[in-house]
Design a protein around this ligand. Structure first.
Ligand code: NAP
Ligand code: COA
Length: 272
């Protein structure tokens, strides 16, 4: 039981589940009794994450796989299915980000983020489908406020996460008749994460971000995990195709005021 949720006997696959927010989600599901499969590029991160999940009592397994490589993702999912059974929950959370103005992004830089976020999510969803329980399977895509709040210095990420959210909506329609629900979770600024370290690297920028959150605090991975567990639970049986922020109200900031202020702070940082 974790915050009232019980996923005993359930299997959860998380692409990009080896650090930050996604590992926090994995740990919450593990604490609630689920078996976990995680994958990411770094074998060291995979091994460390699996160790943490096992320490929480989960029957956990991990794979070193890049979401940009469809064969590697197919192999990881096949392995996870064989070890843990069909997935009850499939989470697509791998992403890439760096702050840069549009004219500072090379074609390869833009492609890197599109390939991880959009093409990678497509691979995870496209090939995860055959391993997902139907009816009853639940898919969660990890999005970002950049999907619907335009943000300078984030052209590539805005384009990529908007694509992720549209995949959520289309697949909710295509796969809904099979009893599969598809939703996006939209974290706000989450403390202690790689994303925050990249976009808000100084104390001044961090203070600006926190001050612009209506609830006046940054989020934690557990905040995002709580929404994810709710969406995967029977309490959310009629929720599909939804794009749900867990951001203390951050994305309400009219016309992206707070995010523009954040972007302006990033512009003042040395490039690189
Ligand atoms: P993070 O720790 O860097 O998490 C990214 C995860 O994805 C890691 O496990 C990473 O492991 C994996 N990954 C990256 N590229 C991959 C690839 N090509 N193939 C497979 N796995 C890959 O960052 P985070 O800040 O916690 O972000 C997690 C998610 O939340 C992302 O989807 C991000 O867009 C979203 N988000 C974050 C925030 C925030 O405040 N941090 C806000 C809004 C949304 P490897 O390095 O081993 O590959
Ligand atoms: N500004 C501008 N361009 C940048 C950049 C930056 N800060 N960082 C990387 N790039 C460019 C590189 O220059 C390269 O383009 P080029 O070949 O024209 O020079 C391109 O992006 C790809 O870089 P590379 O390091 O080869 O890509 P990768 O596939 O190894 O890594 C990234 C992908 C760049 C997204 C990397 O930051 C990453 O792995 N991120 C995952 C973790 C993460 O971002 N977490 C936060 C999630 S919110």
């Amino acid at each position: 039981m974790e915050n009232g949720f019980d996923f005993t006997g359930k299997t959860v696959f998380i692409a990009g589940g080896t650090s930050g927010i996604n590992l926090g989600i994995a740990e919450a599901f593990a604490g609630a009794g689920a078996s976990l499969a995680v994958c990411s590029r770094s074998p060291e991160k995979v091994e460390a994450a699996v160790g943490k999940l096992k320490d929480l009592g989960s029957k956990a397994i991990g794979f070193s796989a890049d979401v940009r490589d469809p064969a590697a993702i197919r192999d990881a999912m096949k392995g996870a299915h064989e070890a843990l059974g069909k997935f009850d929950v499939l989470i697509s959370g791998a992403a890439g980000n760096f702050p840069a103005p549009a004219l500072g992004i090379s074609p390869n830089g833009f492609k890197a983020v599109m390939d991880i976020d959009v093409l990678g999510s497509f691979h995870v969803l496209r090939y995860g489908h055959e391993h997902l329980k139907a009816p009853g399977g639940c898919i969660i895509n990890i999005s970002a406020p950049q999907a619907f709040v335009p943000m300078e210095m984030q052209l590539h990420v805005c384009a990529a996460k908007a694509g992720v959210d549209m995949m959520t909506r289309v697949l909710a329609m295509e796969w809904g008749p099979q009893g599969i629900r598809v939703n996006s979770v939209v974290p706000g600024p989450i403390d202690g994460t790689e994303g925050m370290a990249r976009l808000a690297p100084t104390k001044e920028i961090q203070a600006l971000v926190t001050g612009s959150v209506p609830l006046r605090r940054n989020g934690t991975p557990r905040d995002v995990a709580n929404l994810s567990m709710f969406l995967a639970s029977p309490m959310a049986d009629y929720i599909s195709g939804a794009i749900i922020p867990v951001d203390g109200g951050w994305s309400l900031s009219g016309a992206g005021t707070a995010m523009t202020a954040l972007a302006n702070s990033m512009k003042a940082l040395p490039a690189g």
